[in-house]
Design a protein around this ligand. Sequence first.
Ligand code: ADP
Length: 743
Amino acid sequence: MPTERIRSLGVLTSGGDAQGMNAAVRAAVRTALNRGIQVYAIYEGYQGMVDGGELIRKLSWADVGGIVHRGGTIIGTARSADFRTSEGRLRAARNLVEREIDSLVVIGGDGSLTGANTFRHEWPKLLEQLVQQGSIAPKLADRHRTLHVAGLVGSIDNDMFGTDMTIGADTALHRITAAIDAISSTAASHQRSFVVEVMGRHCGYLAVMAALATSAEWVLIPENPPEVDDWEEMMCRRLRAGREAGRRDTIVVVAEGAQDRHGRPISSEYVKRVLEERTGDDTRVTILGHVQRGGSPSAFDRNLSTILGYAAVEHLLGAEDSSEPQVFGIRGNRITRTPLLHCVEQTHAVADAIAARNYEQAMDLRGRNFREAYRTHRTLARALPHASTGQECYRLAVMHCGTLAPGMNTAVRAAVRLGLDKGHQMFGVRNGFRGFIAGDIQPMDWFSVNGWVSRGGAELGTNRDLPSQEHFARIAQEIDAHALDGLLIIGGWSAYQAAYRLIRQRDAFPALKLPIVCLPASINNDLPGSELSIGADTALNNIVEAVDKIKQSAVAHRRVYVVEVMGRQSGYLALMSAMATGGERVYLPEEGITLHDLMTDVATLRRGFEQGKQLGLYIRNDSANPVYTTGFIAALFEHEGGSLFDVGQAILGHLQQGGNPTPFDRIQATRLAAACIDWLVEAAGRATGDAAFVGMQEGEIRFNQLENLPDMVEQTARRPRVQWWLDLRPIAKLMSQQDPLQS
Ligand code: ADP
């Protein structure tokens, strides 16, 4: 039995710290303890492994409680010169095997994982040496012939092959976008230029994505240096054109490892000098530095780390003696496993390609999405669109329908600019179908969407009005009057319903045969054909921040909080926020709530508080049950809790929809809008009246035919038939349960 083979498991964080490492440690520890496996924390990375003693200590269920929201790593990290030596690794092997540790979860960057790989391959020899020295008994060595290694990539740079996102990269992007948003407002006030330096010695991910998410005008990265030698002049020309077109701020993002075509470093100081000398602008440099590593992890990083920590331990429990070290990552919301050696080799291949000035190869190795993001940024940040090349010009309209979702403005901006850049005429429909019917349809130019990339709300206006029988003729007239060739509807459930109604009326009103595409924007994440809709990430982060505060306020009392979150018929926000905040119980609309559930919950709570529990966190989706409301559940718990605990309730309400979109929502909105414009242009060319909705599925942008909408949603509830995230339910449950050894 695999569980008999593993004696003890070690967890360490190594190299540069990254936000989310704590959640990974917690997940690994709790998954192992839940399976009856002993877990040791190895403090201070490999140095702790070499030094042993108090630096390798057992962890209990409670030791990893209350840490998911904390930045950094509670078990410490270090760079260890000793571990790079064979004597160091011999001491490390002895320290592990003496504690019967032969499985490791290593959370670190490519250096740390390379070290783990070396160690794993040397392990049999090291044990043999220890036996020969008489340091350990042959039987002990025999019991641990293989060292099993599972690697998680903790690195804010997102610089490692084997995962779409490394632990910490999303949070770092949060810090960078917040900083650039703040800088742009001061820059605009004074008409100043700013050079912002971000981390990334060999990787331009943070720089490119931050530029895309903030509309910084220029970005310099290691993988793709400027094409020309006199790039300084090209850059300044572009920036001057921006000013002439009316931009008040200039922001250049420089990755730490930026260089020119000849491999000469481009420093932020140098860029500042160039700007001052050639544009005469007052220019400031901001080096973001360690701020990027700091602060509380984003919802995404907490959940990513939790899922990966769980997957790594599950894998180790079943690993064969012959199995090679694996890296755990994600691709399109699915957990992936890749041989560690391959990941390290591919990662080094990018650095090697950059060093050899083979930039085409470096960009290829980064993948299609990266190249696309780079290209899209270059277009969106232009002062004005490219001159038309004489191709067919279509008239395309953009509108919203449904409730507000952060990121709607970002999507409109990208659609308008990318449409204009391709030589089409773009129109904005104000106030959803209400505006359509009233003929409130206006041309939109390049500058009409300036600054919308980061702005919450919906400048075009949105509502849930659906067109009905008496409106179709008016809508058809407006389409004819404006000679529209295509329609992009950015919105939620109502947008999809409205589009579906329109295509059903096409025989009666031929004008409705124009191509229509829906882009998913709903905080509820309840739309078919897309694993994540725009706005859901922002709402999730809003919830997580609020719950963190609620938890803090409760620490002084023995209290249970019942928190109500939005989501309607989809429990996405409830489940993901519970996983990210340590909510121990989550009420989902997919499961409903029974009286029996509530009785069990009361009993669990009473038992927990009797055993010394201080805080309870229950998260309820707003539509989980019409009778057992948040108020009802809170009152029930209060009454049944007696003197054991107090109960507070928090209905988070509209704060969940507010605020500026997160970097993820901005990037997704931009990518999806770009795909929709391409799709509309092609469909307009075919003139076959296609209608579709777009979405991200398994890491790819895909379109589904609108006529298939009814087959893809549940008949009785407003949600997709397939909801990938429900598979995470058992992981969330495991992490938040009370110590299984105590209960
Ligand atoms: P990161 O893991 O963030 O890339 P480093 O490259 O500094 O950070 O690696 C962290 C630690 O991992 C190093 O201090 C060292 O102890 C260990 N390490 C890195 N590379 C190797 C290697 N080739 N062999 C053995 N240990 C290594």
